[in-house]
Design a protein around this ligand. Structure first.
Ligand SMILES: *Cc1c(COP(=O)(O)O)cnc(C)c1O
Length: 361
C-alpha cells in the first residue's frame, strides 16, 4: 500500500472561485492566473475546470502557453513577463499569445523580429513596485515605439500593485499610473486578487486574479477566504501511522524542540517537508485529526510530523488527517508557519499523488 498522503483538487470549487472573481470584476474580463503550474494545482487540472469559462489566462512560461493551446484553449493567453529571447517571438505570433512588454530590451527584440503580425501586447508600467515595467520617463517613448510597429495591434496598459493586500493599498501607485497614462484611451489591466476584492476603482478592462481562484485569501489578516465566499480547491490529507504516549519532560522529534508538560498522546502523521509541508511550521500549527482540530508538536521531519492526540482519545493509527484544505484553511496553516498560502500550494511535492473531484461532463 502506498503512503496514505494525497492531495485532492476540487475542480468544482475552482470554477466557483473563478466565477466569484468574474462576478466581482463586473464588465471587465477576468484572466485566470495559472502560472507556476496553476499555483501547484496542475495546469491541466486548471484547464479542465476553467477551459470553458475563463475569459483568458495569464502565465509566465512559453511551454505552459503551448500546452494550453495544444489542449484547445482559444481564449487570450497573457505572458506576464513577456519573452526572453528573439526566438520566442515567432512562437508568440504562431500561438497568438499576448506578451507583456516591460523593458527596452524586449522592444528592441520585437523591432528586430519584423513580424508579419498581428500581435496584441500588454505594455507594462512601473507605478512604484519597482519590479518590471517602464517608469514615467521611459514610458512615452516605449508607447510610441510600439505604436510604430505594424505588427503590433492592440496595446493594453498594465501595472501591478505591491501592497493591494495591506493597509497601504494602491492609492499612491494609482496616482502615478494615472499621471503616466493621462489622456490615453487604451484599455487597462491592473488588478490582482487583492485589488479586485478591495479596490473597485482598479478593475479596468482586464483583471488578473490568481490566489483567490485557488480558494485562499490574498489578505488573510483582513478578510478570510470563507468571508469572501471562496472554497478551498486543494486538500492535503493523510493518516496517523504511529502513536506514542509520553510523560512530562519527554521530548518529540529532531532537536527535541517540544517538551511535554504533562502526559501527552502523540500522533505520528505521514507527511513531512518532502511532501511540501513547511519545515518551519512550529509547534502549535493547526491540523485536523478525525475532523477535529489539534496542533502539531515539535519539528517537521522529511516524511513525518507529530501532532497532539491528548484530547482525542478515540484517534489512533489510521485516523484521517487534514494538513490543509476542506475544514482547515491553508491561510491558517500558512500564518502559523510564517508564510502565505501561495507558498504552501506551490511547494506541493511531486511525490504526493493527486486526485481530482468535480470534473465537468
Ligand atoms: C501572480 C500575479 C498576479 C496574480 O496575483 P494574486 O495575488 O495571486 O491574485 C497578477 N498579476 C501579476 C503580474 C502576477 O505576477
Amino acid at each position: 500500500m502506498p503512503r496514505p498522503i494525497r492531495a485532492s483538487i476540487d475542480l468544482e470549487a475552482l470554477r466557483h472561485n473563478y466565477l466569484l472573481a468574474k462576478n466581482r470584476a463586473g464588465h471587465a474580463k477576468a484572466f485566470a492566473v495559472v502560472k507556476a503550474n496553476a499555483y501547484g494545482h496542475g495546469l491541466d487540472r486548471a484547464m479542465r475546470a476553467l477551459g470553458e469559462v475563463a475569459d483568458g489566462f495569464a502565465l509566465l512560461d512559453l511551454a505552459e502557453a503551448r500546452a494550453l493551446r495544444a489542449a484547445g484553449i482559444t481564449q487570450p493567453i497573457a505572458l506576464l513577463e513577456g519573452f526572453f529571447e528573439p526566438a520566442d517571438i515567432a512562437e508568440i505570433l504562431a500561438l497568438k499569445l499576448t506578451p507583456a512588454i516591460h523593458c527596452d530590451a524586449q522592444l528592441a527584440m520585437l523591432e528586430r523580429a519584423r513580424l508579419a503580425g498581428p500581435i496584441d501586447v500588454l505594455l507594462k508600467i512601473n507605478s512604484g513596485m519597482n519590479r518590471l515595467g517602464f517608469s514615467a520617463d521611459r514610458f512615452p517613448a516605449a508607447l510610441a515605439q510600439l505604436r510604430g510597429m505594424p505588427a503590433v495591434r492592440d496595446i493594453t496598459l498594465m501595472t501591478h500593485f505591491a501592497q493591494a493586500d495591506d493597509e497601504t493599498g494602491i492609492g499612491a501607485q494609482m496616482d502615478v499610473f494615472r499621471q503616466i497614462t493621462a489622456g490615453l484611451k487604451l484599455p487597462l489591466c491592473l488588478a490582482n486578487s487583492a485589488a479586485l476584492l478591495r479596490f473597485p476603482e482598479a478593475t479596468g478592462h482586464i483583471v488578473r486574479p490568481g490566489i483567490m481562484l485557488y480558494g485562499a485569501s490574498p489578505m488573510p489578516d483582513l478578510l478570510s477566504a470563507e468571508a469572501i465566499g471562496l472554497r478551498p480547491v486543494m486538500s492535503l490529507t493523510t493518516e496517523i501511522i504511529g502513536v506514542q504516549d509520553i510523560a512530562v519532560g519527554e521530548r518529540v522529534g529532531y532537536g527535541g524542540t517540544f517538551e511535554a508538560t504533562g502526559p501527552t498522546r502523540v500522533g505520528v502523521v505521514a507527511c513531512g517537508y518532502a511532501d511540501g509541508y513547511p519545515r518551519h511550521a512550529p509547534t502549535g500549527t493547526p491540523i485536523l485529526v478525525d475532523g477535529r482540530r489539534t496542533r502539531t508538536l515539535g519539528r517537521v521531519s522529511m516524511d513525518m510530523l507529530a501532532c497532539d492526540l491528548t484530547h482525542l482519545p478515540e484517534a489512533g493509527i489510521g485516523s484521517p488527517v487534514t494538513l490543509w484544505g476542506e475544514g482547515l484553511a491553508a491561510d491558517e496553516v500558512a500564518a502559523a508557519a510564517g508564510t502565505i498560502s501561495y507558498e504552501l500550494f506551490c511547494a506541493l511535492a511531486a511525490r504526493v499523488p493527486v486526485g481530482v473531484r468535480g470534473d465537468a461532463a
